[in-house]
Every structure is written in C-alpha cells, then in structure tokens.
Design a binder for this molecule. Structure first.
Ligand SMILES: [Zn+2]
Length: 304
C-alpha cells in the first residue's frame, strides 16, 4: 500500500477529476462533488493501544454527553428495538453497547478492538469477514464517520446491502467537504484530516454513491450535534489557537505526544463559554443552508 496513487478516474462517473482548488492533495469530481486523496498514504497505523489509551478523567467527565450522542444516533433507526444491528468501524464497541438490538455485530480492523468487543458479548468481525461473509439479514448497518477512511467505500456499501434484510436501514455519518465550515476554516477544518480521510463526500456525492450501490436515500439530516456542532466548536478552537483538534485529543484518545498549551486551554474555554453563541449560530447557519460540516444519511435497499 506504500504511496500508491489512487485512481485518476472518478469511481462514480468515470470522468477525469481536477485537483481540488483549495485542497490540492485531493482530486475533485466536478460532476459528482466527490473528493479523494491523490496518493494513498504510506502507512495508516491503527495501533493496538488505540482503544486503551483513553484519557480516563476526561472520558468520565464527558461520558453523559457521549451517552446522549449515542442515544441520538440510535434515533436515526426510529428508536425501536431491532433484532440485528451491525456497526462498521465499531472501535471498542462502546457505541454498540447502547444500540437497541438483540444481536450486535461490530466490524473492526483493530484486533485489540475486536478482543474488547468479544469480552462485551458483541460479535466481532474483521472487515474481510463483513465484506465476504454470509448475510446476517440485519435490520441496521451503521457507519459512523468511517466510510471516508475506507480504501473502497462502495465495497462496504455493497457489503452492507448483502448483510441487510430488504426492509433494513443503512445509517451513514460523514464530513461534508462542501460545508461553510470547511470554506471558512480552510486547512484548520476539523474534519479535513488529510492522510486519514481518503474520501470527502457531499450530500450529492453520497446520494450518487448510495444509488450506485443499490440504495435509495430516505432522508438527510444536517443538524448533527455530535459531529457538526462539535466540529464547528473544534474548528473555531483550531483556527484561533493555531493547534489541531485540541478537544478531540482531550476527550477521546491521548496519543502520548500530545501536549496542551495554555493558549489551547484559554481558547477552548472561550469557545465553550462566551464564544458559544457564535458556535451555535454557525452550526444553525450550516444546517439551514444545507451546508453543514457533517451530515447523516438514512437509506434503504432499492427494490430490485
Ligand atoms: Zn464523478
């Protein structure tokens, strides 16, 4: 996988892309509004410690918020109890624990993540098992901010279609490269994450991708609190402090090399208090203009 150049043809329409005008490391299809990284990164390294290096104090502090976010995620499936729920990119299974399903399946590339899930009574699968295994007849397959990391996102959607029953749902959360937040934040856009985000979607390109893989879009939500609102907050902090993803590192996973400066802390506090109305206004404008930093798509398998 070392430094391989990704295809210069749009996987959706087959046309030749242009370099993205503001993000030159990405190709951009003008027809489909799909962006993809020009060169496959030399090494994407998800360490075994990835799911164990949680900042204990911070995660305890933010846990009620995390639980609220998960409840909102579950609501995209109607909030009703289902039989089988598959979460792709399930991590340590923390989210799956909260889904209202009798049978929970977590698809995860990290062996450490799969081991943690097994201990929690979750069926853990490798991506290969998910892509090539027999159908679960699942009610829901969810992708929370994972499709943009995948080598071939369409393969995962085709896989999801095989794993779903005909009345099932696919729920997808992804960043939106066509967002006002991206335009304003430039390279400090929280959800840019070059080298990790191989693909950048818009509601338009995600709809096309879903149609191509045998789904029809039922609804698109532009109001995500978990990813869009917090993304705006984080982009504001990044832009003013000059650091990347301060909050994310504080809450989610400390990477060892990460140090918070006084400036980071001061700006974080500012944007979470006095600056918060600006953040909320920004979030609302993004949602109302249908150009949020992230969006959630709910789709169903097409009939035939
Ligand atoms: Zn295209």
């Amino acid at each position: 996988m070392g430094g391989k150049h990704l295809s210069q043809k749009c996987p959706l329409c087959g046309k030749k892309p242009k370099a993205h005008s503001e993000l030159p490391e990405y190709w951009w299809c003008l027809i489909c509004h799909l962006g993809w990284y020009k060169v496959y990164p030399k090494q994407i390294h998800y360490q075994a410690s990835y799911y164990t290096a949680t900042s204990a104090v911070a995660s305890r502090l933010f846990s009620p918020i995390g639980q609220l976010f998960y409840a909102i995620r579950n609501n995209y499936a109607g909030g009703v109890r289902v039989n089988t729920w598959i979460d792709v990119g399930a991590g340590d299974g923390g989210y799956l624990l909260t889904v209202p399903a009798a049978k929970k399946v977590g698809v995860e590339i990290s062996l450490a993540g799969r081991k943690l899930m097994n201990r929690l009574g979750i069926i853990a699968q490798t991506p290969q098992e998910f892509l090539h295994g027999r159908g679960f007849g699942a009610d829901v397959v969810s992708f929370w901010h994972v499709l943009e990391h995948m080598d071939q996102p369409w393969a995962y959607l085709s896989g999801a279609k095989r794993q779903l029953k005909s009345s099932g749902l696919v729920i997808i959360g992804v960043p939106n490269i066509d967002s006002i937040e991206r335009v304003v934040s430039g390279r400090r856009w929280f959800h840019l994450v070059p080298a990790y985000h191989l693909w950048h979607f818009t509601p338009h390109s995600m709809t096309r991708l879903l149609e191509k893989t045998g789904f029809h879009v039922e609804r698109i939500d532009y109001w995500s609190i978990e990813h869009h609102l917090t993304g705006v907050l984080q982009s504001c902090i990044n832009k003013t402090s000059g650091s990347d993803s301060v909050l994310h590192k504080l809450i989610k996973r400390s990477d060892g090399g990460m140090r918070l400066s006084l400036k980071d802390i001061v700006w974080s506090i500012f944007w979470m208090t006095l600056g918060l109305p600006i953040v909320v206004a920004f979030w609302m404008i993004g949602a109302l203009t249908k150009r949020p930093g992230t969006f959630v798509v709910v789709a169903r398998p097409s009939i035939k």
